[in-house]
Design a protein around this ligand. Structure first.
Ligand code: NAI
Length: 331
């Protein structure tokens, strides 16, 4: 049984090879992103294993079917890059890793907050240059601040626990209020109220309802000078609107691990290239913006979970056409 990996990095090979010992699949690692053109690389594979910026649209699904592929296994939680109807129509089963390590992502959101606030990235460079001045490094206490969480699923809940632990007043917006969160003091409020927080963190999936959730209108509702954190998906934020919000001072800090056009940039070394994306260049020019390149998931614990759950799902699907873990099966 063969699995073709797309967007494969050395760490994917390392973790998947380690966990494949008990399955014995033939693993083919391709650096290329999955798209219509590269779908031919999957010919002869029973399953493809894809990541956040691979495209699994209707045309790709058709090509995968032609190549006799039966399973699309996402080695991530979000599945906004997959056309589930087209997958179904082409006889493809689609699975994901629903909750590999929510703490990894929640802790990275905290890292973005702490770095933006206390400017440790600037202090590190400053001290290495023997500049021991504090001017420009003034932060604020996180304790006592209001934190607005949009989406309280696996990651959002972990983030709420961290922020309540730090002594914040946590408010949340979700389609469904979670009783465990209410029990630790999280208050569910309408979006307009949650936007009035000192720190806003996005943890909902990207779909038709949430695309550009942060746009010109919602930015106008934000508390002036608030910190906005996005470890969800780039499309949750309208980049042009957020640049305008940063320019006017309406948004005081922006920490993003995901970016609308990231598929052209992230997971590559472009240090010798001319980047023609003026929006990311503009964002990176703000002193109060911190960009990381989709690394929130990237801990050893999360990679172990991703590899073991993905291989187990493919094994189960090939054997019985079903999964014990219902949340992992999308189609
Ligand atoms: P989850 O499915 O456990 O939780 C999502 C929550 O969002 C649910 O409670 C759901 O009710 C809520 N939601 C859905 N639509 C909403 C809306 N319109 N408004 C408000 N809330 C809404 O997902 P999980 O595991 O917590 O992940 C959340 C997202 O984080 C994923 O969809 C993925 O895009 C992103 N992610 C990013 C990673 C990174 O490395 N930066 C890694 C893993 C996930």
């Amino acid at each position: 049984m063969k699995i073709a990996f797309f967007s494969a990095q050395p760490y994917d090979e390392q973790f998947f090879n380690r966990f494949n010992d008990s399955y014995g699949f033939e693993l083919a690692f391709h650096e290329e992103q999955l798209d219509e053109e590269n779908a031919a690389l999957a010919t002869g594979a029973d399953a493809v294993c894809v990541f956040v910026n691979d495209t699994v649209d209707a045309n790709v699904c058709k090509r995968l079917k032609t190549g006799n592929v039966k399973i699309v296994a996402l080695r991530c939680a979000g599945f906004n890059n997959v056309d589930l109807e087209a997958a179904k129509a082409n006889g493809l089963q689609v699975c994901r890793v629903p909750a590999y390590s929510p703490e990894a992502v929640a802790e990275h959101a905290l890292a973005l907050i702490m770095t933006l606030n206390r400017k440790t990235h600037k202090a590190y460079n400053r001290v290495r240059e023997q500049n021991f001045l504090l001017n420009g490094l003034l932060g604020f206490n996180i304790h006592g601040k209001t934190v607005g969480v949009i989406g309280t699923g696996n990651i959002g809940k972990s983030f709420c626990r961290i922020m309540t632990g730090l002594g914040c007043k946590v408010r949340a917006f979700d389609l469904i209020a979670n009783k465990d969160m209410e029990a630790i003091g999280v208050e569910y409020l309408p979006l307009v109220d949650v936007l009035q927080s000192d720190i806003i963190s996005l943890h909902c999936p990207l779909n038709e309802q949430t695309r550009h959730l942060i746009n010109e209108q919602t930015i106008a509702l934000v508390k002036k000078g608030a910190m906005l954190i996005n470890t969800g998906r780039g499309g949750l934020i309208d980049t042009k609107a957020v640049i305008a919000g940063l320019s006017s001072g309406q948004i005081g800090y922006l920490g993003i691990d995901v970016y609308e056009q990231e598929e052209h940039l992230f997971f590559r070394d472009l240090s010798s290239n001319i980047i023609r994306d003026d929006e990311i260049q503009r964002l990176m020019s703000f002193p109060n913006v911190l960009v990381t390149a989709h690394q929130a998931f990237f801990t050893g614990e999360a990679m172990e979970q991703i590899a073991s759950v993905t291989l187990n799902s493919i094994h189960q699907l090939l054997k019985s056409g079903n999964l014990n873990n219902r949340a992992a099966l999308l189609v």
